[in-house]
Write a protein that binds this ligand. Sequence first.
Ligand code: PLP
Length: 328
Amino acid sequence: MNSPLGPERRVSGVSASIAPLIGNTPMIALRFMPEEVTIYAKCEFLNPSGSIKDRFARAVVEDAESRGLLRPGSIILECSSGNTGVALAMMGASRGYRVQIAISEKASCERRHLIRQLGGEVILFPAGGYRTGIDLTREMAAKDQRYFLPRQFENPLNSRDHEESTGAEILRQAPGPVAAFVTGYGTGGTLSGVSRALRRANSRTRIYAMEPAEAALLLGEAPCSHFIEGVADGFIPKLLDGAPIDGAIKIPSAAAMEMTQRLTREFGLLVGTSSGANVAAALRVAKELGRDATVVTLLCDRAERYFSTPLFTRVSPVSGVCELKAAG
Ligand SMILES: Cc1ncc(COP(=O)(O)O)c(C=O)c1O
């Protein structure tokens, strides 16, 4: 804030703070052989805190500051599966706000470490009890006026920001008319916002939701546990209401992890499990639409927040203890 460059500006390649470094992520063309198919993937893992959630964190903080809802002494309080918590903790550190994150016990411990390392406070709630986490934050906010709730699951700013930033960037970067866009959903902000932008530009763009095969809610199936963190939290989010979705593609957790490893080994992309799931779903769509179709997806976060998850570990049949998977 006290930068000689002035408030929150990026001038001649020098940024006054972290916020201007969010977004405008590169798009990478992934040429799959032997499939002979190219997928265009937006590198959201290159956002400063390591995930696509930096976009919402910046949007909600800047919006709340401009409306006087966030001021010195405010505390940012949010229920998150982790990435939003890390992103808000980063924004809080940069702007001087206290940040408290209600996070599920099942979220990878790397996320908790990152939130704490950024000075945020972690409030754990039981796995599967997402509503519990949201209710908890509401009760806390009702009792203390210092709290500001970003409310990522219902805040229309979440999808609006993706419409104006992520969606607009895809339209600028894609090498041709976007034939299809494929991604998973957590809050639904990305899928609904980006699909609105793409459809406005081209009514023929097909929109597909990636769903874990174990929790294909849009296909009317009951949710079971899965290993694709950041998506499908056990309910269809409000922000997907009215989103122009043409279909859902089921990706099993094992296939997501396999594709994530392929992205790392064949393309050098250190990304998380949902990125593998997104690309696996996009590949299926691209094979159907034909080689020349421009199919776009997102690489949502970094591999380093999954060291403790089955992407990097296996349960030893002898000890029952998680061990690091042998390389190669
Ligand atoms: C790790 C991760 N974070 C965030 C998102 C997007 O979530 P949301 O629906 O909340 O915008 C995804 C979607 O694929 C994801 O995989």
